[in-house]
Design a protein around this ligand. Structure first.
Ligand code: ATR
Length: 275
């Protein structure tokens, strides 16, 4: 039986095993999906052992996405842009590294929330790993512009430098700013900072929200609550990161198994369970 896993440290909290178990049941695919707690200095060894013992693929989470990018023998274009890998496939050709986080985010916004990004103005908060994973796919959705606002502006500028050529070919304008001067009236506000984990409030003024904007936090559960409450108080539609989580898993499952699972059904089930 084909084995899959999610590798991280910590990994006990990961919802991926139950999501992939539901996908497998839906599509009648015979597979197992487990949690792999890797030592902080032992990710490569853990992957080698897993691949050698029948592992066909692995999702990668904090803090190993950059190491997975370095270990992959070949990479998708979106993983190259992200500089990070959340999905590995082990096959005869080697270790293929992909990044499905951004595609999952865009699918959640456009399909689940029914908000097309094309031609709209997007404000992306944060310039760390979560932003890097999403930016390429956000550009691919062809908004008019994406402004990346970060506490350290140089990190936002560095992200833009990597994506500039791609954005230009699609006619998408990229800008980098600090959190205090990121402008007003965005159609989409996407929080990819970890500010809430440190107990910090929302790092931007409410004027960044256009009337009826969609405000999405990549986190879910209690960590997302302050941002989502703030967004609702200021008239935005608030969305947590659960849909993105399920959709990035759906993209990985489709890559591994060649079948697209019914992610909407799994998202509904997860919402019920977590509420
Ligand atoms: P992740 O993988 O979750 O993206 P990360 O790479 O450590 O984690 O990035 C965290 C992001 O949250 C960064 O953009 C960080 O801003 P800096 O680049 O300036 O460090 C942002 N962040 C963390 N704490 C924050 C806070 N209290 N206020 C504003 N931004 C914060």
């Amino acid at each position: 039986i084909d084995r899959y896993a999610v590798a991280g440290n910590p990994v006990a909290h990961s919802r991926s095993p139950e999501i992939h178990a539901q996908f497998a049941a839906q599509t009648g695919q015979a597979l197992t999906y487990e949690r792999l707690l890797c030592p902080l200095d032992g990710f490569a060894d853990s992957m080698q052992a897993f691949a050698a013992s029948g592992g066909r693929g692995c999702n990668v989470t904090v803090p190993f996405k950059f190491e997975a990018h370095a270990l992959a023998t070949h990479l998708s274009e979106r993983a190259k842009l992200a500089g990070a890998v959340n999905t590995l496939s082990f096959d005869a050709q080697g270790w293929f590294g992909d990044n499905t986080d951004g595609a999952g985010l865009v699918r959640d916004i456009e399909v689940n929330a029914q908000r097309p990004l094309a031609g709209k103005r997007v404000l992306l908060l944060g310039a760390g790993g979560a932003s890097a994973g999403a930016l390429g796919s956000l550009i691919a959705a062809r908004p008019a512009s994406i402004c990346i606002a970060n506490r350290s502006v140089d990190k936002a500028q560095a992200l833009i430098a990597v994506h500039q050529t791609y954005a230009q070919t699609l006619g998408v304008t990229l800008a980098a700013t600090g959190l205090d001067d990121c402008g007003e009236g965005y159609d989409f506000l996407i929080n990819a900072t970890s500010a809430s984990l440190g107990g910090a409030g929302v790092p931007v003024a409410a004027s960044v929200l256009a009337p009826g904007a969609l405000a999405l936090d990549m986190m879910y559960g209690p960590a997302a609550a302050p941002f989502l409450n703030w967004a609702r108080e200021h008239g935005a539609e608030a969305r947590d990161g659960l849909g993105m989580l399920v959709e990035q898993a759906g993209e990985a499952f489709a890559l591994w198994r060649g079948v697209r699972p019914d992610t909407a059904a799994v998202l509904s089930a997860m919402r019920l369970k977590l509420s």
